[in-house]
Design a protein around this ligand. Structure first.
Ligand SMILES: C[S@@+](CC[C@H](N)C(=O)[O-])C[C@H]1O[C@@H](n2cnc3c(N)ncnc32)[C@H](O)[C@@H]1O
Length: 292
């Protein structure tokens, strides 16, 4: 990431993490390098270098059960760019609330949206301190638009909605696109994912859009599911695969837009079918819905 000043040394893949390995990485204050975090693990799968040994080990643990996870991450990111292009263009949405932003990467939401409509306004939210360190790269708004970054946890939607930076940046009386892209699967059942989602949607005016992608168990046999569950447990990052019926439950009361609930691979694809990966290898559901 040329935009950022934080680079962690890349260690050997899958190797046992030693104290020396941790010490040799430059760790910004306030960041725990002994605990894997989804944003840095995703950065590793996308080929980035802003991750710790513990993140790489966690990533390899997941890959041991789901070897195409890197492909899934890339396809998810490609979907993110396509959907923001659709929202900012065809759907005419000028405001975005992107929860679970991830580390800045090519094609951040504001870059895609403001290339189409420079007045677009974007609020980014993430709970990883490392994303905060990079937030400067998320705040390079076009002069006509505006961006803000909030460090907050999705599990506290009221805190997000009441944040003064959100209120300064977004006009909540006008349509907003709520983006939960590859984020909701980190919310386990005990944390009430459907309640969190409903609370966020309740703050959106009519005409707003909701986008979600979510890792799915749809293509797994019971044996594969058990292996995957075990790998996720051992990876140190709470994670909940959901089937398409569980995914569909989020969208009750909303108007699903065509093509409805589908794989990220098949949502308004921009490459010929022959060049697309299989939906099983990606195993990531998506949907775009309108708030009535
Ligand atoms: C897999 S990344 C997805 C990044 C980006 N949305 C994309 O699709 O390219 C998931 C992001 O969600 C964030 N995240 C996970 N749990 C969260 C929570 N409870 N609150 C806020 N952010 C969270 C992680 O820190 C990470 O940056």
């Amino acid at each position: 990431m040329g935009c950022c000043d934080l680079h962690f040394r890349r260690g050997s893949r899958g190797g046992r993490r030693s104290e020396a390995a941790v010490e040799s990485e430059r760790v910004p204050p306030g960041i725990d390098p002994t605990k894997a975090h989804p944003s840095r693990r995703y950065n590793y799968w996308l080929g980035g270098k802003d991750n710790f040994a513990v993140d790489r080990e966690s990533a390899e643990m997941v890959a041991s059960a789901f070897p195409t996870v890197g492909l899934a991450a890339r396809e998810n990111r490609a979907f993110l760019k396509r959907v923001v292009g659709y929202l900012a263009g065809e759907a005419g949405i000028g405001q975005f609330l992107d929860i679970g932003t991830g580390l800045p990467s090519a094609g951040n939401v504001h870059e895609v949206a403001q290339a189409i409509e420079p007045t677009s306004r974007i609020v980014y939210v993430d709970n990883d301190q490392v994303v905060l360190v990079h937030a400067r790269a998320l705040l390079t708004s076009a002069p006509e638009g505006r961006t803000a970054y909030i460090e907050a946890d999705l599990r506290d939607p009221d805190r997000i909605l009441a944040d003064p930076d959100l209120r300064r940046t977004l006009d909540m009386t006008r349509p907003v696109a709520l983006m939960l892209v590859a984020t909701m699967h980190f919310i386990v059942d005990e944390d009430d994912p459907y309640g969190i989602f409903a609370r966020l949607v309740s703050a959106l005016p009519s005409g707003s859009h909701v986008v979600m992608t979510h890792a799915t168990s749809d293509h797994l046999t019971p044996e594969q599911y058990a292996v995957s569950e075990e790998a996720n447990k051992r990876s140190g990052v709470p994670f909940r695969l959901r089937g398409s019926d569980e995914f569909a439950r989020f969208f009750g009361g909303l108007e699903l837009l065509p093509p409805g609930i589908t794989s990220v691979v098949e949502w308004r694809p921009d490459v010929p079918e022959a060049d697309r990966p299989s939906i099983e290898d990606v195993s990531m559901l998506c949907a775009v819905a309108r708030v009535p």
